[in-house]
Design a protein around this ligand. Structure first.
Ligand SMILES: [Zn+2]
Ligand SMILES: [Zn+2]
Length: 287
């Protein structure tokens, strides 16, 4: 049913957390992704009881079904600098706390980047630090989602095997899931825009990580070619990924209850461009 689909975009919280919900509703989104704090600063403003009350009541009123938070870009659990690791752990614990307060079930995290260690060692480092974060925050409702990455620079997470290695080392796996980003996996070299490559991709993903771990899909087209390792998002059907890929995802039963979030170029306080992309995705759904 079209009205039950979980689809939305990343939107600004300027003017208050609840404003993101109003923006989402205005473009026909049923879910939304936000930063719960400035994504380029370590410091964060406290969340007040009023913020929480207003956010939750407007969420109910507008019938926004799922909310996703994206963690700050500064967090790097794989940093070769010990002080950055420590700052990152603290910041991530704080972000989980903010999500718990706002009743946000998913917090998307870039696994990390490290140019010094071998990838496998960086994965171990990430898992060790995630175990620390989980035991420090002991989340009740918020799950951390490791995002699949394009592999730009020294970022970890361009291969499903790397993410599987990290998850394998997590002590309490119920706190960890995956956010698949279509632009990133394409840029990382995974093809999925033909019938055959689409089926093969998810079979491969299921064998290495497990389809059940996917909790969110970032629906982004890619400005750059397959396997380029460059992370540049493009509007749906305007980039290098054939629209068939998005059509298949929109009609895939296994993703029916998975939130699909656009992170396509927008001015996030004026989400009209997102509405176009949402309408395109909705038009792909077979009745
Ligand atoms: Zn993403
Ligand atoms: Zn990206």
């Amino acid at each position: 049913m079209k009205k039950d689909i979980l689809i939305g975009s990343h939107l600004s919280i300027a003017g208050g957390f609840w404003q993101a919900l109003v923006r989402a509703h205005s473009i026909g989104a049923t879910c939304v992704q936000i930063f719960t704090k400035s994504n380029r600063q370590w410091a964060a403003k406290k969340i007040t009881d009023d913020d929480i009350k207003k956010f939750l009541s407007i969420k109910r009123e507008l019938n926004i079904k799922t909310i996703i938070a994206h963690a700050s870009y500064l967090i790097n659990l794989a940093s070769s600098k010990k002080d950055v690791q420590e700052k990152s752990i603290k910041a991530l614990v704080d972000e989980i706390d903010r999500c718990e307060k706002l009743e946000i079930p998913y917090l998307v995290l870039h696994p990390g980047s490290n140019s010094l260690e071998a990838t496998s060692d960086a994965c171990t480092l990430i898992a060790d630090n995630l175990n620390k974060v989980i035991s420090l925050s002991n989340p009740k409702r918020t799950m951390i989602l490791l995002e699949t990455m394009a592999g730009q620079g020294s970022t970890i997470g361009k291969k499903f095997e790397d993410l599987a290695k990290i998850i394998g080392l997590i002590k309490n796996k119920k706190h960890i899931g995956i956010c698949v980003d279509t632009c990133h996996i394409f840029a990382a070299g995974y093809k999925f825009d033909t019938e055959i490559s689409y089926q093969a991709l998810w079979k491969n993903f299921d064998e290495i990580i497990g389809i059940k771990r996917i909790k969110v899909i970032h629906m982004n087209d890619s400005k750059k070619e397959l396997g380029c390792h460059i992370d540049r998002h493009e509007h749906i059907a305007k980039g290098k990924i054939l629209p068939l890929a998005f059509k298949l995802i929109m009609n895939d039963k296994k993703f029916a209850k998975i939130a699909k979030i656009l992170e396509t170029p927008n001015s996030s306080q004026n989400p009209k461009q997102d509405q176009k992309n949402l309408d395109t995705l909705k038009s792909y759904i077979k009745k």
